[in-house]
Write a new protein. Structure first.
Length: 219
């Protein structure tokens, strides 16, 4: 088992969970046509805040952090309720929330990948664990709401940003860069790619566009 593990303070991990929960609750509260009740909104917030970490620890066959510490579930619940009750306030701060959300994707990706490496997972599956840790909350949110999974559609670079950051982490660790430096680089790269996709509209090519290109090539 490797000894390297990118560790962040508990308060910062809880902050990332809280931001995810706020985002999830805001998302659910905006779906007025679904007629989701207050409990449903709160549950979606908790799912988004804790989902990635739960999926990470289940894949690593570890006791999930959310149920090994008293703070995670109350913080996620309180943040979800706050996001629901202060929806208009947080909507005005949407730019800040998006920026913080991009940072949390990087944090969850770095923590997930380094934790996988620490438990002896090979580099490719370790990247997968990190990416799933970063985007797992949004996947579970869409499944719970019976919506198309957002990261599979044009205009979302969540998974791409997380993949770039976590891949950089494993490369840096492979050349003996300090795990904290490698983790920090992962967070920075993930954040910049995610914010760039929002600011400049970066996206992967749409499947129909690729199909049209193949038809043109055959012609």
């Amino acid at each position: 088992m490797a000894s390297a593990l990118f560790v962040i303070p508990l308060w910062l991990d809880l902050t990332a969970v809280a931001i995810g929960a706020i985002q999830g609750a805001m998302f659910a509260a905006r779906l007025t046509e679904r007629r989701i009740d207050l409990l449903g909104v709160a549950l979606i917030g908790v799912i988004v805040g804790l989902g990635g970490g739960l999926m990470r620890d289940i894949l690593l066959n570890q006791l999930p952090a959310a149920i090994s510490d008293n703070w995670y579930i109350p913080i996620a619940t309180a943040a979800a309720l706050l996001g629901m009750l202060l929806l208009r306030v947080f909507t005005r701060l949407n730019g800040l929330i998006i920026a913080l959300d991009a940072v949390t994707i990087g944090l969850f990706g770095a923590i997930g990948t380094s934790k996988a490496l620490a438990y002896g997972v090979p580099v490719v599956p370790a990247v997968f664990v990190g990416v799933l840790s970063a985007v797992g909350g949004s996947i579970l949110r869409d499944v719970a709401l019976n919506l198309p999974i957002a990261l599979m559609h044009v205009g979302s670079l969540y998974a791409v940003a997380a993949t770039a950051g976590t891949t950089l982490l494993v490369v840096l660790v492979a050349v003996d860069v300090n795990i904290v430096v490698a983790g920090t680089a992962c967070v920075i790269v993930t954040t910049l790619i995610r914010l760039g996709s929002v600011r400049f509209g970066w996206s992967l090519p749409e499947q129909r566009a690729l199909g049209s290109w193949r038809v043109w090539r055959r012609a």
